[in-house]
Design a protein around this ligand. Sequence first.
Ligand code: COA
Length: 198
Amino acid sequence: MNDARERRPPRGERGFLDDLPTPRLARESDAKAFVELFAVLDDESEFMLYEPGERRLDVRAMRERIVHGRRSGREILIVAAREGGRRGDATPTLDGFVGAFRPSYYRGGHSLNLVLGVRDAASGRGLGTRLLVALESDARTLGIRRLGLGVLATNARAIALYERAGFTREGCRRDAVRLRAGYVDELFMGKLLCPPDD
Ligand SMILES: CC(C)(COP(=O)(O)OP(=O)(O)OC[C@H]1O[C@@H](n2cnc3c(N)ncnc32)[C@H](O)[C@@H]1OP(=O)(O)O)[C@@H](O)C(=O)NCCC(=O)NCCS
């Protein structure tokens, strides 16, 4: 998927955001589509944490995760969903998601830790950016002060996207991730949603 940039027409000719799904909060009925999206992302991208087929993907567990995250306020899940799918099938197709965990302990409860993924077929059209914007808006509503994430140092595309969204590099965990091709550093990035002296 990493040669996608070469394949893509220039941004102005790409229908940037035009026909893309508007991000919305995940619903219980998204569980099946979520499981499918995770499997696709694990297959397509070495930038997610799991090897293809490595994580146990279970629709019921996903449904419980969506419900628990909403009730507890500990996880925000936002999806880019194409609703309806095939005739008579209400299951949406998810093109991407952003998830954000809020630590349950007091000293971390002002921050969210993010994971972002857009399937290859939908990438390069502003969806990742749009998901991030939606998450930031929800975070501000919740009074969150800090957004943070980890990204492989080799993931130039994601790093560019995060920097454009106002994230800065905060540190590096050397050889934190083991790929088939070798060890890779993980960058920490963060964005404060209010001035540091506030
Ligand atoms: C990284 C990812 C979220 C980007 O999603 P997306 O929907 O393509 O994002 P956008 O279209 O909003 O922005 C992509 C931007 O990346 C940048 N970019 C793309 N290819 C690049 C490359 N090879 N080098 C540097 N920057 C690149 C461009 O600035 C591009 O913006 P453009 O529209 O001006 O071309 C998506 O590709 C993805 O999910 N990849 C697999 C999983 C992953 O890496 N997740 C992040 C884990 S931290």
